[in-house]
Design a binder for this molecule. Structure first.
Ligand code: ATP
Ligand code: MG
Length: 348
């Protein structure tokens, strides 16, 4: 939070009040002295003094009215109008601050905070709208495929072979749909901090070997060379969360490497940290793509766009942020990529 000092503007209100009271008292005192010198009748003096005090009080009230109008009511009204618009969902409102920064008063700070709040709200709203349109788009494609193939399968003259092929497509597409929905739910839970990472003592090398094993069939089918170099490393962390990370990195390495290529997983303990590298000799990532791969729904390589939704790495980044760690990527287009994950051996 920024430290603020009382500005000259806010002291000015007090100074005006002080000056007005001083002038009124001085005028009243000297008027009384003059009257005493020139008029003998006490009743007349009292009457004149009364009229003078009423007049001075009237002038003070007018001065104070304009002071309040300019320094309090106008900014309060502007702030109220802005909060009304924000409350009714208009986040485009921005208040113009007329004072220079070093002359800011409390109202200026409130206005500045209000502008920041409105900007933050419109950014969040934009993210939500983008997210919803991305989700709808990603749902539409598999649903259209399911509809098409289900319609084709209604034809009784269909050969057994084609029927089996269509059924396989249906199963694969509905799996993709399930994966998409499960990824969205996981991301949502992580973003809303609904799931707290549980902490267990884990043998990270066993965990990585177990995850790689799940992909054995796929690796064989693509004829990939698999190189595992896993040191024995024990870590205290959340197994459920870590599974998400390894699954996404390893499945990406397989997906983005052409048949006959090489992929690998290595694990080392360095300076109280576990360093996991998932690498491949696949298509690689360009510099521009590399800057966006952790964004939700971003897919750099369009030739594989049908095999995912671009949520994997967004989920990985969110998990790493939640459990505390670092992830980075090094890649060269056409040569391959290496994703490095660094975790503290004993996470807090
Ligand atoms: N090992 C890799 N080699 C080359 N490109 C990669 C690799 N890993 C990720 N990318 C690029 O980053 C993008 C985002 O990856 P991410 O895992 O988020 O999405 P996805 O794999 O396309 O879909 P999903 O993970 O939802 O199945 C990919 O579309 C691809 O362009
Ligand atoms: Mg992926």
């Amino acid at each position: 939070m920024r430290r603020r000092k009382l500005s000259g503007n806010s002291l000015m209100g007090g100074a005006i009040l002080f000056a007005t009271v001083s002038v009124v008292v001085t005028v009243a005192v000297s008027l009384h002295e003059n009257l005493v010198k020139h008029i003998e009748n006490q009743a007349v003096i009292t009457l004149i003094m009364l009229a003078a005090i009423l007049l001075l009080a009237g002038i003070c009230t007018v001065i104070d009215y304009f002071r309040r109008k300019i320094m309090v009511e106008t900014p309060t009204k502007r702030i109220l109008d802005a909060t009304d618009r924000i409350a009714s969902g208009d986040f485009s409102v921005r208040l113009e601050i007329t004072h220079a920064y070093h002359h800011y008063d409390e109202y200026d700070y409130i206005m500045e905070n209000l502008n920041r709040m409105a900007a933050e709200l419109s950014h969040t709203e934009m993210l939500h709208t983008d997210f919803i349109s991305n989700v709808s788009h990603e749902l539409k494609t598999p649903l259209a495929i399911i509809q098409n193939y289900a319609t084709l399968m209604q034809d009784e003259r269909l050969s057994q072979d084609l029927r089996r092929q269509y059924a396989e497509t249906l199963v694969a597409t509905s799996r993709r749909l399930t994966a998409l929905i499960s990824n969205i739910l996981k991301l949502n839970k992580l973003e809303n901090q609904e799931i707290k990472p549980d902490r267990e003592r884990i043998r990270l090398d066993d965990m990585l070997a177990g995850t790689v094993l799940q992909y054995e069939e796929l690796i064989d089918r693509k004829g990939l060379d698999l190189i595992c170099d896993l040191d024995e490393v024990e870590i205290v962390s959340s197994p459920d969360y870590l599974e998400i990370v390894w699954n996404n990195l390893i499945s990406n390495a397989i997906k983005f490497t052409d048949n006959g290529g090489r992929i690998g997983v290595s694990l080392k303990a360095e300076d109280g940290r576990a360093v996991v590298r998932v690498w491949d000799t696949g298509c690689g990532i360009s510099r521009e793509t590399g800057q966006r791969i952790f964004e939700k729904f971003y897919q750099g390589d369009t030739s594989h766009a049908g095999e995912g939704n671009g949520l994997g790495l967004a989920l990985v980044r969110k998990v790493i942020d939640t459990i505390g760690g670092e992830i980075s990527v090094e890649s060269e287009l056409g040569k391959g990529s290496t994703f490095t994950v660094i975790l503290m051996l004993n996470q807090q």
